[in-house]
Design a protein around this ligand. Structure first.
Ligand SMILES: C[S@@+](CC[C@H](N)C(=O)[O-])C[C@H]1O[C@@H](n2cnc3c(N)ncnc32)[C@H](O)[C@@H]1O
Length: 412
């Protein structure tokens, strides 16, 4: 293998692959993944990483552009690591995500003809994020991390946060806060923003807040309120959710609503049924499932999310929550559920979680995933022991980016 790092090569690229790149071939036949290239293009690219079977490259110049290539909206596109598909119009992004998901299920999951439906569009392809995380750039600026690096690219504009968050970040003056690592901006119902200052100092900073916002300092010790409220209120399908600064919530509230609609329309819920909601967070899905079943069990590791869950589902007698790691709790959980909903982090399901679900033999499994590769790996296990994959539906939670959210339905 010759050392090609930093070599500039001209490449004809084929299909888009997961991760925001398109695939071509080097002269020696190895696959090369060129970020920001589009199918059908001839591009000039610089090799950045070389492995035995493939290489990674960054786009230097588009020699023959695809007829589908459009002008990106944002001046930081390509330098900032946040967006990958601004050069494709939105309907084409949705098709690409369907194809990439199908490809991942075939290649990683060895699933012959995966029943992947069309991607459900985000009602807002821009200005959809209720939560962004900004890093500090030199000179009191804020920015996002560059692709594949920890370098912070200062930003002057971003078309992903909901508008009230976009009005907020240019007003922040963060230079004077010692030990600050990241800043989260979250938007609650009624356009109420919260600024989450993240650090490791153990000492909350002293600051004056002259904006109508809540400000919370978050470190390993927990959260300290510096101004306003201690938690956000989020709204999905007319239901309000308490969400603590350290707790997860789906970043695109409208698409979260579409996912809830989808689950309610497709899950075989019955008033005598038992459902486990594993990785339940603050109870988004549980809150809509609980009124339709006899017993719902939530499992969640994050203490603040569990506190929120307890508040958000307080009205339901038939709900139990277990706080801890799913892999520790599930193997000892009594009872046989009719259905199990899982919504794990990117790493997917740990082996003890899959084993415990298979042991419980639910009639159906709904798998909400934000990572096609781990989804493919995990679906394969369920299919191998006799579950039928009925459908995989991508939901475009993250327009303009390569990320793919999906819901898969399996039946025994
Ligand atoms: C993708 S979020 C989904 C949350 C929820 N279903 C929702 O839609 O809001 C994943 C959740 O799993 C939790 N989590 C991560 N690792 C876990 C583990 N090992 N056991 C249980 N919960 C875990 C996280 O704290 C987070 O709340």
């Amino acid at each position: 293998m010759t050392d090609l790092i930093n070599h500039i090569v001209d490449i004809s690229v084929g299909e888009l692959v997961y991760g925001g790149a398109a695939m071509g071939r080097l002269a020696d036949g190895r696959a090369v993944f060129v970020s920001f290239a589009l199918p059908g293009e001839v591009v000039r690219a610089r090799i950045t990483q070389e492995k035995r079977g493939h290489a990674l490259a960054e786009l230097v110049e588009v020699i023959h552009p695809s007829p589908e290539r459009i002008q990106p909206r944002c001046r930081h596109f390509g330098a900032c690591g946040g967006c990958h598909y601004q050069t494709l119009d939105y309907p084409r992004q949705l098709e690409a995500k369907q194809a990439i998901l199908r490809d991942q299920l075939q290649r990683i999951g060895s699933i012959q003809s995966p029943p992947v439906t069309s991607t459900v569009a985000s009602p807002e392809p821009w200005f959809y994020r209720n939560h962004v995380q900004l890093h500090l750039a030199p000179g009191s600026q804020v920015g996002y991390q560059a692709p594949d690096s920890h370098t912070v690219i200062p930003i002057q504009e971003c078309f992903l946060p909901e508008k009230p968050l976009n009005d907020l970040w240019p007003l922040l003056d963060l230079e004077a806060i010692p030990g600050l690592e990241r800043v989260g901006l979250r938007l609650g119902a009624g356009d109420n923003p919260m600024i989450v200052l993240e650090g490791h100092s153990g000492e909350p900073p002293e600051l004056s807040v002259d904006l109508p916002v809540s400000v919370v300092y978050l470190d390993d010790q927990g959260a300290v309120v510096l101004a306003g409220d201690e938690a956000l209120i989020m709204e999905v399908r007319g239901r309000l959710f308490r969400v603590s600064p350290g707790a997860f919530f789906q970043v695109n509230s409208s698409v979260a609503g579409l996912m809830v609609d989808y689950l309610l329309a497709h899950l075989p819920l019955s008033p005598d049924g038992v459902v486990w909601d594993v990785y339940c967070g603050v109870g988004l899905f549980s809150a809509f499932l609980a009124p339709r079943v006899k017993h719902l069990v939530g499992i969640e590791i994050s203490p603040p999310a569990c506190q929120d869950f307890a508040v958000n589902l307080d009205e339901f007698e038939q709900v139990d929550l277990y706080e801890g790691a799913a892999e520790a709790i599930l193997p000892g959980l009594p009872g046989r559920p009719d259905g199990v909903l899982v919504d794990p982090p990117r790493s997917g399901l740990e082996k003890p979680v899959i084993d415990a679900i298979l042991n419980a033999m639910p009639a159906w499994i709904a798998y909400v995933s934000c990572d096609p590769a781990t989804l493919a790996r995990d679906l394969r296990r369920f299919i191998q022991v006799g579950y039928r994959l009925e459908s995989v539906t991508p939901f475009d939670m993250f327009p303009q980016t390569y990320h793919i959210e999906s819901i898969s339905l399996l039946r025994r």
